[in-house]
Design a protein around this ligand. Structure first.
Ligand code: SAM
Length: 246
C-alpha cells in the first residue's frame, strides 16, 4: 500500500508588501479577510495583551455613547469574535453581528446571531437597526464612503452609530510612548505569540489608512449623519466617532 506524502503547510501570503507597503483596493479586501481568518484562533488573547486589557473599557464607552435604551436592535459591524455583541446582549440590547471573515465568526464566543457579510454590501434590509457599533475595523475597510453609506441605509432615522478605532496621539510625548508600544512591542509580541506575525506589523501600520478626525467626521456627515462627534481616549491612542442618522 502506498502512502501519499503529507500536504505541505500553506505559507500565508503576507498582508504587507515586501517593503512594508499597505495593500489597496481589492488586494486589501482579500488580504485583510485572509489575515483575520489566520489570526482568529488567537485573536482574543492577543487583543487583551496589546490593548493592555483596555479594549473592554473602550467598548463599554462606545456602547454608553450610543445613549440607547435596553431592547435596542444593534448591528455589531465587523464583529470579529463578538466582544461588542456580548457586551450589548449583557446590557439588554438585541445585537446582530456581521463580519466577512469566516475564521473570526467561527471563533466567536457569543450567542448573538451572526452573518457573514462585507460591510460594503450588507445583506440587511433598510432601516433594520436602531444603532450600529463598529470596533477597530474602519481602517480595514477599502472604502469608508461606501461603508458609511451602508450604515446609513440599514439604520432607521434617528438611529445611532458609534465606531472605535486606533489613533495616533497628537502630543509628542504620548505619540512617542504609543510608537514604542504599537510599533515596537506589538510586532515583537506578534512574532513571539501569533501564528501570523505579519498581522501584528500590519496593525500599527494600518492606522495610516485612517483620515484625520475632521475628514472622518465629514465622511459620516456626507453619508447623512448629524450630531457627529469625534473624541479620543487613553491619551489619544483610541478614537470614538459617533453620529445620529438624520
Ligand atoms: C480588529 S478586528 C475587530 C473585531 C471586533 N470588532 C473587535 O472589536 O474586537 C477587525 C474586524 O473587521 C473585519 N472586517 C474587516 N473588513 C471588513 C469588511 N469589509 N466587511 C466585514 N468585516 C470586515 C475583520 O474580519 C475583523 O474581524
Amino acid at each position: 500500500m502506498s502512502t501519499s506524502p503529507p500536504a505541505p503547510t500553506p505559507v500565508p501570503t503576507p498582508v504587507l508588501g515586501p517593503d512594508g507597503a499597505l495593500p489597496q483596493g481589492d488586494t486589501k479586501r482579500f488580504a485583510v479577510e485572509a489575515m483575520f481568518d489566520r489570526v482568529a484562533p488567537g485573536y482574543d488573547r492577543m487583543n487583551r495583551i496589546i490593548s493592555l486589557g483596555l479594549d473592554r473599557r473602550w467598548r463599554r464607552k462606545a456602547v454608553a455613547a450610543l445613549a440607547v435604551t435596553p431592547g435596542t436592535r444593534v448591528l455589531d459591524l465587523a464583529c470579529g469574535t463578538g466582544d461588542f455583541s456580548r457586551d450589548l446582549a449583557a446590557a439588554g440590547h438585541r445585537p446582530v453581528g456581521a463580519d466577512f471573515s469566516a475564521g473570526m465568526l467561527a471563533a466567536a464566543h457569543t450567542g448573538t446571531p451572526l452573518v457573514r457579510a462585507d460591510a460594503a454590501a450588507l445583506p440587511l434590509t433598510d432601516s433594520a437597526f436602531d444603532a450600529i457599533v463598529c470596533g477597530f475595523a474602519l481602517r480595514n475597510f477599502v472604502d469608508l464612503d461606501t461603508v458609511f453609506g451602508e450604515c446609513a441605509r440599514v439604520l432607521r432615522p434617528g438611529g445611532r452609530i458609534a465606531a472605535l478605532d486606533a489613533a495616533v496621539p497628537d502630543r509628542a510625548l504620548l505619540r512617542a510612548g504609543n510608537a514604542v508600544w504599537f510599533r515596537g512591542a506589538v510586532p515583537l509580541l506578534g512574532r513571539l505569540l501569533s501564528r501570523d506575525p505579519d498581522a501584528y506589523r500590519y496593525l500599527p501600520a494600518s492606522t495610516a489608512y485612517l483620515p484625520p478626525a475632521a475628514e472622518l467626521v465629514g465622511l459620516l456627515a456626507s453619508a447623512g449623519f448629524v450630531d457627529t462627534r469625534h473624541r479620543t481616549m487613553t491619551g489619544g491612542s483610541v478614537q470614538l466617532l459617533t453620529g445620529t442618522m438624520a
